[in-house]
Ligand binder design. Sequence first.
Ligand SMILES: [Zn+2]
Length: 258
Amino acid sequence: MKLRFLGTSDGIPGLHRANSSILLQNSAGKGILIDCGEPVAATLIRQNVDLNSIESVVMTHLHADHSGGFTELIQTFQLRRREAPLTVYMPAEGIEVFTTLLRTIYIYRSIMPFELTILPIEAGKTVHAGSFTLDFYSNEHLAVYRPIAKKEGYPAPCESFSVAVRAEDTRAVFSGDLKYPDELLTPLQEKTDLLVSELIHFPTSTFAAVAESRLPGKIVFTHYRNTPEGEPVDAEDAILKNMACPVEFAYDLTEITY
Ligand SMILES: [Zn+2]
């Protein structure tokens, strides 16, 4: 299995980092995109990725740094005459909005060259998505917005998910954005070859305590604090350096094989 980090920023795109998006590919070259922060379509094309090879897209939550490249991605698929069907998994609260948005920007289903299916993510349900098997885990990353949304008369459920991807006898967990690192305890209950985790919403010590208790084969960080030069602030953190499994900080276009 191969991971290509298309965007690893901390939420704000910088000179060296684009917004969150990761392409996971199996040995046959079939792929799944985890999040589609900007400029995912441009990066896929610059990296010469076969657009037909992407079977599905997972949007872990609707924050723009994870979802902002979606419409451009679909338009690019349309203009490049992608033909393979595409399934998109996103929080239920986004489906009507994004379906309307696609229509509003003239991406009509009847003239699209490929079949697009948008499905709600359901925590606790196992999903067979082309070459990949997905397990979703709900987290409270967006819970802070619930009272605000209610006060403004828009009582959104504020859904956010982590996802485990199984393929070719491997299992990788993608944290998405979290509120607490404890939210990784359930996804890490099963044997995990690779954990791809954010590292910006909590201190390294609390993350390490959780990860050590359910140790994965390897940890790769994305969406972490970085300097204006794009370097990881916590690269020399003693707690992370002393973890009992290999730890790596991803950069844009980093490739990981597992
Ligand atoms: Zn977020």
